[in-house]
Design a binder for this molecule. Sequence first.
Ligand SMILES: *[C@@H]1O[C@H](CO)[C@@H](O)[C@H](O)[C@H]1NC(C)=O
Ligand SMILES: *[C@@H]1O[C@H](CO)[C@@H](O)[C@H](O)[C@H]1NC(C)=O
Ligand SMILES: *[C@@H]1O[C@H](CO)[C@@H](O)[C@H](O)[C@H]1NC(C)=O
Ligand SMILES: *[C@@H]1O[C@H](CO)[C@@H](O)[C@H](O)[C@H]1NC(C)=O
Ligand SMILES: *[C@@H]1O[C@H](CO)[C@@H](O)[C@H](O)[C@H]1NC(C)=O
Length: 509
Amino acid sequence: MGATAFFYILLFLWVQDTAATLGFTRSDFPQDFVFGASTSAYQYEGAVSEDGRSPSFWDTFTHAGKMPDKSTADVAADGYHKYKEDMKLISDTGLEAYRFSISWSRLIPNGRGAVNPKGLQYYNNIIDELVKRGIQIHITLYHLDLPQCLEDEYEGWLSPKIIEDFTAYADVCFREFGDRVTYWTTVNEPNIAAITSYGSGQLPPGRCSDPFGITNCTAGNSTTEPYIAVHTTLLAHASVVRLYKAKYKAEQKGVVGINIYSFWSYPFTQSTVDLEATQRCKDFMYGWILWPLVFGDYPQVMKKNVGYRLPSFTKVQSELIKDSFDFIGINHYYSVYVNDRPLETGARDVMGDMSIYYRVSRTDPPVGKAAPTNVTSDPKGLQLVLEYLKDAYGNPPIYIHENGLESTNGGLNDTDRVDYLSTYIGSTLDAIRNGINVKGYFAWAFMDLFELLSGYQSNYGLYRVDFDDESRPRQARLSARWYSGFLKKNASSIRLSRVQEDLTLNTVF
Ligand SMILES: *[C@@H]1O[C@H](CO)[C@@H](O)[C@H](O)[C@H]1NC(C)=O
Ligand SMILES: *[C@@H]1O[C@H](CO)[C@@H](O)[C@H](O)[C@H]1NC(C)=O
Ligand SMILES: *[C@@H]1O[C@H](CO)[C@@H](O)[C@H](O)[C@H]1NC(C)=O
Ligand SMILES: *[C@@H]1O[C@H](CO)[C@@H](O)[C@H](O)[C@H]1NC(C)=O
Ligand SMILES: *[C@@H]1O[C@H](CO)[C@@H](O)[C@H](O)[C@H]1NC(C)=O
């Protein structure tokens, strides 16, 4: 017996153990619930200057050496060339849905106007592969990769000019792909993106101002720009939803939503100030986006703490934004502990306005800026987010668009990720049983990708990608095998058909 075969037998025994202790199966979830996995264009595709794609502001950012590991996504997982085998792999794994994004600068290289036929062909090819295999398609229009030309022309999301260009881009996507695609998300996590792109400067366009930046920013204003960017994003989102309803919905019968970054927040102590700080954290993180969408305005505490720096909606804008969604997507990775932080009188960034400190574990030092990068598993936190969104925002349909773990094991034996995914999926089921309207679950990520905060330093993939190998081979990790078993074999039956399962695993991958 070879070492490899032995390794897989060990993996296999481990899969069985996990399955045996899960206590639920695929069929415990509602019939129309979907399980899938996610990627995004810049993180997956590579081929950044091929076939007419123009640079996005990510190319500018990475080429300026701004990633912690100085990496770029020039090749990334080479999805531009390997999409066909990847769509087959999605199907072979047993995924029911796939979430990916379109690169605006590949489809419309000038930001507005002419459509790039090669870009159009690429996305049509992916969609056709998925349709052929019966995979439900979820497309994000904007996964944080703006055409650089629009950043140059009018500073992107800081200008209301983007509303018209984003709507025209969405129009092209609906027109060209809407016959086969019915699940659309306008923007990926605008809340955390605003903080990291315009507050701490960690993501492009890398704007910030002293003393709030984590990187050296040459331009920006951390006290105002995050609020302006979100405001413009909400207006652009609402404009796209209005377009879809007016022009496409009757015929295409699709749904359009938006995505938010969500962590669960526990009070660090039960003191009144910490309890209030925890509520403030929720009002800022979820309410920044969801209050306008559900109630037509920003939360009261944001207006109070941010003051004149928070843009306001006209009555017409407010009406346009209110109810402009069919579902909410959440990206969820961890929970935090929240401490009160007195509201400072000088200049404040978003974290200052929120007036909290937070930490990722009880024993960690408090964080005052941006997002923590280390994550500990807290499956209950996902259930609490889902239940909170129901209570606070009227039980909207929710898709878990991203959930996953950076494994401490870069190899194939990612037992920590299997533990994480299986317990978070269990927590999702608990929420469903409590009446929460959750419609789908997507693991982040289908394979290792260029990660937005860490380049190639962290791995989130169900499939391992060898970035040192020119051909970027994909290899199934234990987590891919586990997920596949859960979906195809209806989990608990794995134990009953051990031999069959072993054969299947070895022939499928
Ligand atoms: C995989 O990792 C687990 C611990 O995380 C360990 O117990 C097991 O022996 C490993 N399996 C293999 C095949 O290396
Ligand atoms: C910021 O600039 C200073 C001075 O030029 C330099 O010492 C420091 O390493 C830079 N920090 C980052 C994160 O680039
Ligand atoms: C940021 O904008 C505010 C409000 O306009 C202004 O008071 C402040 O001076 C600006 N800060 C910087 C660093 O430009
Ligand atoms: C998380 O990160 C903080 C700050 O980098 C560090 O001090 C802490 O030890 C880390 N915690 C865990 C659980 O890894
Ligand atoms: C999945 O397993 C459960 C429990 O073992 C069983 O009740 C159900 O019928 C199975 N569903 C399918 C589709 O095989």
